[in-house]
Design a protein around this ligand. Structure first.
Ligand SMILES: Nc1nc(=O)c2c([nH]1)NC[C@@H]1CN(c3ccc(C(=O)N[C@@H](CCC(=O)O)C(=O)O)cc3)C=[N+]21
Length: 298
């Protein structure tokens, strides 16, 4: 058996096409969504991600607001820029690229929760726990959307997540166990005693541990869906390449596999764009409700 490829790159292209129409509809109402990014330092990986986000935005009509800060910026420097973007009406949503090397929780808590396109503000994560509508983290929702687009059954599925990080594993379990997803979730982590035994029982495996090749074919139930979220950089033939958490032999056993690169990474960007548009739509509706006669271009 050879697994079907969950092509995140192709789905990103489809989602951009869908969002282009929603951005055009916002333009009709006199609103241009604007994504702000704050990047601290010049790490090549982080710079690539931020560049990619702005390129995506340009393609669908979202304006870009970039704040690139030197590597020696202090927490106060970053919080100052965050407060500035909180106030800037042209910036409808923004994120601070992680890692900054600074107190991420202070930074997250300073972002206006109504502009939190990453869905990582403690209030928005709190709304998720409480089962209320709020921006959701991009990578976990990207995983779910990728499964949906390929008709992988989620309701009733046994999902094993590997990794309890705040950007993927932790929120993913919260989202998948909502009534609207109805999956049964086992959250594994570095303290899990027999990872292979847990993974073997899964209909869906989400590997987000950051350990290259952690999930091997002999650990996977035949026909299962396996998502590779891990991003590690390893040197191969003298050049740095991305290594995922999923070993190549998984494709011989699984029913579906997400490639890495080309799987969950592009889906994260697709969900970021979706959050940007959704937040701008919410702001537009609130504005029009407050002054119904001043909406639109006139
Ligand atoms: N505040 C914040 N928000 C984030 O969303 C955030 C962050 N910090 N810090 C870092 C992680 C990582 N991340 C990725 C985005 C796109 C790809 C992506 O599109 N990767 C491509 C290409 C990768 C390559 O070739 O280098 C792929 O998988 O095909 C991957 C990873 C967002 N992150």
């Amino acid at each position: 058996m050879t697994a079907q490829t969950l092509d995140g790159k192709a789905i990103l292209a489809t989602i951009k096409e869908e969002l282009r129409g929603r951005v055009a509809a916002l333009a009709e109402r006199g609103i241009t969504p604007g994504l702000g990014t704050v990047l601290v330092g010049d790490d090549p990986g982080s710079t690539w991600y931020v560049n990619a986000k702005h390129k995506d935005c340009a393609e669908i009509g979202i304006a870009s607001i970039r704040r690139d800060l030197p590597a020696d910026s202090t927490l106060d420097d970053v919080l100052g820029v965050v407060r500035e973007l909180n106030e800037d009406p042209a910036c409808t949503g923004f994120l601070v690229q992680q890692p900054t090397g600074l107190d991420e929780n202070r930074i997250l808590a300073t972002v206006d929760p109504a502009k939190d396109v990453d869905g990582l503000h403690p209030m928005n994560l709190g709304w998720l726990v409480l089962g209320q509508d709020a921006p959701l983290p991009c990578t976990p929702v990207g995983c779910i959307e990728l499964l949906r687009r390929y008709d992988v059954p989620i309701a009733g599925a046994r999902v094993v997540t590997v990794g309890r990080g705040i950007t993927v594993g932790r929120p993913l379990g919260l989202i998948l166990t909502r009534r609207s997803e109805n999956a049964t979730v086992v959250q594994c982590h570095t303290g899990t005693i027999d990872l292979a035994a847990e993974v073997r029982r899964a209909d869906i495996v989400v590997a987000a541990a950051g350990v290259p090749g952690l999930i091997t074919g002999n650990m996977v139930k035949p026909g299962a869906a396996v998502l590779d979220v891990g991003v590690s950089r390893v040197v191969e033939d003298g050049r740095s390449v991305i290594a995922g958490d999923v070993a190549p032999d998984v494709a011989e056993v699984a029913g579906w596999v997400s490639p890495n690169p080309g799987g969950v990474g592009p889906m994260t960007r697709a969900m970021l764009l979706t959050n940007v548009v959704e937040i701008a739509e919410k702001q537009a509706a609130a504005r029009e409700a407050a002054s119904p006669h001043t909406g639109g271009k006139g």
